[in-house]
Design a protein around this ligand. Sequence first.
Ligand code: GDP
Length: 191
Amino acid sequence: HRTDRKSSKDSGVGSSDMDYGRVYRVAILGTGGVGKSSLLKQFVTSDFVDTYDSDPFTDEGEEDEMTVCVSVNKHETELYFFCAENVQEASIPDVDAFIIVYAVADRSSFAEAEDLLLQLHKKKLTQPVVIVGNKSDLVRARTVSTHEGKLVATVYGAKHIETSAVLKHQVDELLVGVTTQLRMRSGLDAD
Ligand code: GDP
């Protein structure tokens, strides 16, 4: 069992309002190769993450499950992230939020993301959904515009953000955005 402790903030925990006992489950969906596990790895290095546990059952370098403790404005929230390629894998009733990832340089991954959105929509789910256009660094190879991504998100009442896992661009914004939405849904202060 491998447990990584990025920093020990044990003495500081008492002063924040950690939502004790609650671990939010966040499914990261999207077709293979769009950067799901790369985004997850970058979450761990975020300044907003106090501690994390990586999954002890996956192979070295292949982590696709992680529990992180995110600290935003002294509020601490525990999030369990896991990657899945389809909706069936995600065991939906237990999921508190969805992150649907496509690559802006791969139109078929965008079509796949739309399909995932449609499947979730048909199930009349109420969990927050964030659509992520990853690989925004691949400027010349881009085939999906920011506008298209935003449009699809608007149609399905989801949020949209573009990220680059390799440049760590907008990754903190994604992490904090998901955390804030989960806290708001739970009626917790999200300021
Ligand atoms: P997954 O199958 O969705 O988990 O995708 P991975 O995280 O394994 O990434 C697939 C490939 O895309 C790897 O070679 C990554 O290095 C690469 N990749 C991931 N994110 C980015 C990104 O933001 N920009 C670029 N250029 N490559 C990326």
